[in-house]
Write a protein that binds this ligand. Structure first.
Ligand SMILES: [Zn+2]
Length: 202
């Protein structure tokens, strides 16, 4: 499995192209569908699914065009559907922890509310796409309309329990970096460390 990143839009969003041979998934395609479709064409890739980590506009912007043109389903947690504003007929909405099987990919959805009520992390092989829940050295904002700081702390504790070698791929390139490992974050990320220290009180 291969993971490529496209840095798109004015907020340093990371769109991920996950491939196995000529089959592909997209995570959080937004802003520049020309760049996204060019990446698919360059690799002569067939797109099997489009997964969203949450419904904020900067992770979904213009993706409706892509879903319409490719007739591939978008996958989004039901609590974030209204936030995303995408046509529901183009979506497969779901709730809670589950696994989707698409071609060679097993996509395990881990609910991680906190940044938004419907935020999830997507585990595909040893890669974990964390959206705006977990960044290298930080976590996502919890002062937005459907945010919940207590849920975020519980989500960080949940992620800290994943295997150390799990490679994380975050939703933005903040501080020049969008990738790390769970093991490194468990040691160095002050938000994850605080959540683990306080977990008895959660
Ligand atoms: Zn967000």
């Amino acid at each position: 499995m291969n993971v490529d990143v496209l840095y798109l839009g004015p907020m340093d969003n990371c769109t991920y192209l996950v491939t196995e041979g000529t089959e592909a998934l997209l995570v959080d395609p937004a802003w520049d569908m020309t760049a996204v479709e060019q990446a698919l064409h360059r690799g002569n890739l067939s797109l099997l699914g489009v997964f969203f980590t949450h419904g904020h506009f900067d992770h979904v912007k213009f993706s409706q065009q892509l879903l319409e043109r490719t007739a591939v389903k978008g996958y989004l947690e039901e609590k974030d559907v209204a936030l995303a504003g995408l046509d529901v007929s183009l979506l497969h909405t779901y709730h809670g922890e589950q696994t989707f099987h698409l071609g060679p990919f097993d996509i395990h959805v881990i609910p991680t509310p906190g940044h938004t009520a419907g935020s999830v992390c997507l585990q595909i092989g040893t890669a974990l796409f964390t959206g705006d829940t977990l960044f290298p050295g930080a976590c996502g904002r919890v002062d937005l309309p459907s945010s919940n700081p207590r849920d975020m702390r519980q989500s960080l504790v949940k992620l800290a329990g994943l295997p150390e070698d799990t490679q994380i791929f975050a939703g933005h390139r903040y501080g020049g970096k969008c990738s790390s490992t769970i093991g490194y974050e468990r040691l160095k990320n002050p938000f994850m460390r605080n959540a683990l220290r306080d977990k008895e009180n959660l």
